[in-house]
Design a protein around this ligand. Structure first.
Ligand SMILES: NC(=O)c1ccc[n+]([C@@H]2O[C@H](COP(=O)([O-])OP(=O)(O)OC[C@H]3O[C@@H](n4cnc5c(N)ncnc54)[C@H](O)[C@@H]3O)[C@@H](O)[C@H]2O)c1
Length: 254
């Protein structure tokens, strides 16, 4: 009988995280869904069924994340895959010369706290459980997938904070893979281009069409299921490690 695999997914109530949960459940995983208590995580989990458990979690909180790991341990006794998708966005220039106002420091540090510190907080507290797994037929104990974004490479005007956090997540990729290698845990980062999720819903249709047209092939925004597809590909390819993978239809901003 095939062994049940267990995943912990953050940002699981929406967008890339939710699509990942759906895909992992269809692959036979049990999933611990982590998202804010104020998110739609509970109703999403109820609609998916008994293979998922929603654990209200703010990724910035040590107590919340430790609780989610403890729930995972109590329910399943193990953890095979961590997927970090929790994140927020901000679009603000460094200085507004018309209004004479600087980028709010709080807005910058908030973004770093959720996207960068939150990502690190989750994996630092969850890998201990993963490290207790038996080594599998691929010679590994588990896999971690983090999410950064295109702003790490092609940051646009107004993306100084977003570029800083996506760049930080990319830069963590290799040292994390090296830190985990002796325990047989792999780590990759996916850097999405523009995806059609609630995060990008604020964009006017004409802006979405413009971006779609700029994308060499296919000429559209990414679908969350395509992100989930790559998560599964990373898991299924034991030679992928320490790598940042762009997923963007070759979209490049100048
Ligand atoms: N959608 C895109 O075009 C795009 C592009 C590049 C990068 N990304 C990155 O991908 C990640 C996921 O984006 P998405 O499009 O799925 O966004 P989304 O808004 O659809 O989902 C993000 C989820 O994260 C949760 N979240 C926010 N703060 C949290 C916190 N402190 N603790 C726990 N959960 C929290 C939200 O409640 C939400 O459910 C983000 O980090 C984003 O920066 C997205």
């Amino acid at each position: 009988m095939a062994k049940t695999l267990v995943s912990l997914v953050t940002g699981a109530a929406s967008g890339l995280g939710k699509a990942t949960v759906d895909r992992l459940v269809s692959e036979g995983y049990k999933v611990i869904m982590c998202d804010l208590a104020t998110s739609s995580g509970k109703s999403v989990a109820d609609s998916i069924g008994p293979n998922v458990k929603f654990v209200p979690t703010d990724v910035r909180s040590e107590a919340d994340v430790q609780n989610a790991v403890d729930v995972c341990h109590e329910l399943h006794g193990k953890l095979n895959l961590i997927v970090n998708c929790a994140g927020i966005s901000v679009a603000r220039k460094t200085y507004n010369f018309n209004k004479g106002s600087a980028h709010e420091l709080q807005e910058f540090s908030n973004l770093m706290m959720v996207n960068v510190v939150g990502t690190f907080n989750v994996l630092r507290l969850a890998v201990g459980l993963m490290g207790k797994n038996e080594i599998d037929e691929n010679g590994e104990r588990g896999v971690i997938v983090n999410t950064s974004g295109f702003a790490a490479f092609d940051g646009q005007m107004g993306q100084v904070a977003l570029s800083a956090c996506h760049g930080a997540i990319n830069s963590m990729t290799l040292p994390l893979a090296r830190d985990m290698a002796s325990q047989k845990i792999r780590h990759c980062t996916i850097a999405p281009g523009l995806f059609d999720t609630p995060l990008t819903q604020f964009l006017p249709d004409k802006v979405k069409s413009y971006f779609a047209d700029m994308t060499p092939l296919p000429k559209r925004m990414g679908q969350p299921e395509e992100f989930a597809n790559l998560v599964v590909s990373v898991v299924n390819n034991p030679f992928l490690n320490g790598e940042v993978i762009r997923l963007d239809g070759a979209l490049r901003f100048i």
